[in-house]
Design a protein around this ligand. Sequence first.
Ligand SMILES: *Cc1c(COP(=O)(O)O)cnc(C)c1O
Length: 397
Amino acid sequence: MSEKMQQQITQAEQDLLHTYNRFPVVFDHAEGMSLYDTDGKRYLDFFSGIGVFALGHGSTRYKNAVKAQVDKLLHTSNYFYNEPAIDAARKLKAISGMDRVFFTNSGAEAVEGALKAARKYAYLRDGVADHEIIAMEGSFHGRTMGALSVTGTKKYRDPFEPLIGGVRFAKYNDIESVKALLTDKTCAIIMETVQGEGGIHPADPAFIKEIRRICDEKDILLILDEIQCGMGRTGTMYAWQGYDVRPDIMTTAKALGCGVPVGAFLLQGKAADRSLAAGDHGTTYGGNPLACAAISEVLSIYEEEKILDHVNMIAPYLTELLDTLAEKRDDIKERRGIGLMQGLEFTHPVGDILNRALDKGLVLINAGANVLRFLPPLVIGRSEVDEMMDILKASLD
Ligand SMILES: *Cc1c(COP(=O)(O)O)cnc(C)c1O
């Protein structure tokens, strides 16, 4: 590492609040599937900034759309309409089949809105508040107080209690544990269709279908968090579309903006008709023209460049190579995942593997201590998969 980069890192450690143990790299620019640090060293990006850069770093079309909007109109507030938001909402409804969109600035903020919508729905239904929410162990929904309240990692929550009340945690993929928590006050069940931070755990089809059935029977809203697993990563636009169930409320963010900070929650049917109304919820920046120009262009590119077809073509190649590796090595317990959202669970922590890979020019990340997580840009080719596998193998021992 150059002296300049070392100095920049030292400076950052003095100035930034230390909420992350960062890898010792200062990134400078990117092109296609590659990141470059301030010393000019190249890294293959198999993380996409936590699954954000679905289109890679090199989409000229995307960059031009964002640049054009900077020159045209950056912000109006939600007291007025703007064209990019109108376009983005129409396209988002078309790909999801949901009825209403609320744009936010981040994933956590989308989760906050989803929780408020669920509580408001139950409040209108029962005429009283004080409802309960069932969330899942091992889940991750964000770091703000509401999203944290439904996040299934106790150590993330404990220092910040009391969080929002009435949240109970069931075991993911264990339907009896969900049934045991149901009460007359339950207003929502929130879960990720594929758990990301918790270690790449897809929902069992029977589990999610039974949850949907229970929600219908008891007039409970199903909230699916698609912030990490959505936007084509699993081979369908939203992961739930591959399960043949539909949420009442869903959240989306990360790849939705492909680099511009955005999020959204969407509502369907009764949740759209009878929940948040004028005065119940708001945001200054959410749905602003810049953010929505990005979303709108991202969704057009997905359609015109057939991103889902590409995911479904390339993902089997990645999973085949990961399966072969898992079979060969005693220290790999299993491969899990759908599409280009994959995890390899080891019998030991993977931190050293990550550091060695980074040193060799590969950006990978973990999901929990023992799981390597693969979230490449959705536009990767076979040669990048091969390059990743070569560096990964060289980094294992
Ligand atoms: C990242 C993530 C969030 C939080 O999104 P932010 O944009 O970081 O607030 C929520 N849910 C899931 C499943 C995530 O992966």
